[in-house]
Design a protein around this ligand. Sequence first.
Ligand SMILES: Nc1nc2c(ncn2[C@@H]2O[C@H](COP(=O)(O)OP(=O)(O)OP(=O)(O)O)[C@@H](O)[C@H]2O)c(=O)[nH]1
Ligand SMILES: [Mg+2]
Length: 567
Amino acid sequence: MLRTISLSRSTLRSFSQTRTHLCSNPSQTPSPPSTPSILISYSFYSTSSKQEKEDKNDVASVFNRDPTVPPKLFVVQPRLRPDNYLQAKLNEALCLANSLEEQRDGYFDVDFFDKEIPPHIVVQNPIVRHQTRAVDAIFVNTILSGIQQRNLEKILGKPVLDRVGLIIEIFNAHACTKEGKLQAELAALMYKKTRLVRLRGKSGRSTFGTDGEAEVVSARGRGSGGRGFISGAGETELQLQRRRISERRSSLLLQIQEVRRTRAVQRAGRKNRGGSYGQGLPTVAVVGYTNAGKSTLVSALSNSDLYSDSRLFATVDPKLRSVFLPSGKKVLVSDTVGFISDLPVQLVEAFHATLEEVVEADLLVHVLDCTAPNLNEHRSTVFQILDQIGVSKEKLENMIEVWNKIDYQEEGMDFDECVDDIEDGEASSFSREKDDMDSELSSGAENDEAFEAIDDQDGDYSDGWLASEDVEDPWGEGGSCMGLKTTDDQQSECPKDWITEKQLELQVQSGPHVRTSALMGVGLQELLELIDEKLKEAPKANVVERDPFDRKWRPPRTEEAGVAVEQ
Ligand SMILES: Nc1nc2c(ncn2[C@@H]2O[C@H](COP(=O)(O)OP(=O)(O)OP(=O)(O)O)[C@@H](O)[C@H]2O)c(=O)[nH]1
Ligand SMILES: [Mg+2]
């Protein structure tokens, strides 16, 4: 069935401020496809200098692309329901494709937004092979098995990247520090290992290897006339690749272990030297879905200038910034790598050293892009990953939830008007309505009513951004994905990572929310006050009083020392 997706402006707002360059060309009417997928030919450009390109030559690439040349991707978005969910995913797919550029941070002479606009978007039949000839690889925005990937590659005659592969590829392209590069390479290796698939050879017999070949390619393991396995016939392509991968993996793991040790020592050092009285500095980790505005928020809070960009995974290497709270206390705020649904498990494992900063933090601030139509999905993804990396339940409950990008507005709307609205009571009505919601839940109100309350909130706090069709309950009246009053059919259409009852409960318990515009500096004071308050409650938090001499570490004042001075 032909399924044409109109890429309206509201569609593209899922990652607000992401000016993905798209324009449809009506003259290129698609041939009627027999597939439910959407295919979009999409290209992007890099302006890296020759030297920079040479520096990138050693980057591990999932699909063995030439890292010096920006690839042209053909984006395939499998069909999903409901439509607004599909559109959000499609936009995310385009943003992912857009994010695979060469090194940033001063590597671009041309602003991302000022680059050439790719010529067209076409909805096509993927089996029309010539359409894919002009591209370097096909990106399918879902998780494919090794066999599926290989079969598609055979049919299409191009490398096929699935969601996991592309995300790993982006991490590789964006990692700046040695640590980030090591972790990204480890993820790429682990991913590659799972892609070494068993194939049916030309003779019809099962065989192995990336191209299905089983022939001996290395003399290693070849015996010298012995018997049985010892006299092995030498290594096949598959064995050779597996051996190379595990050798490199062991070497990377050793280096990453070293990084983890260094990080642990640094963390301990921060804790010990922190304040003037030898107390530790509390750390606040800013977490959230990719592109939610974490780096912009940390920069605004700390008066610094962290790299932020509408590319996904702009931050791969975490950064720490010190911030003074309204009470005068000093804390360290860490900007972390963004999360995404279906975050490759290889990445979570490989980035363990980095993610430890989150696990070890005294307080978490969860930043959400309140303009995202699938905000609940973003929220539940973040909860899942935090849970996966071992963040304690207490920390999740104490986590501050920030709804960012409240300044986002329809074209033609006056920003001052928008901010006035926010400041005149909308913010206070937020906590009022949240209290109502809390009491509804705790007083044993019907769960589906509670769900509606959340839905209403989504509408209310998007500053009128979400069109009514975007906020309607995607599973029909009263249907929900929390296992409440949901028919089997509705359940099957439910995106798998939709917020669960438990996560919702955690979120509701997570304390008051703050609404911010990191870009315009709105809501920052309120957030700082809340951090101040929460740190008092946080069990592990050691708080440091601001002191004009706190740059130097001085030994703690012990009683004896005090007595000695008096004498
Ligand atoms: N309108 C608006 N845009 C914002 C706001 N905060 C951030 N942005 C924009 O959103 C985009 C992403 O911001 P980042 O700070 O890089 O987001 P991030 O969460 O750090 O993203 P990753 O590092 O990729 O996970 C950038 O284009 C920012 O300018 C905001 O309050 N309002
Ligand atoms: Mg960032």
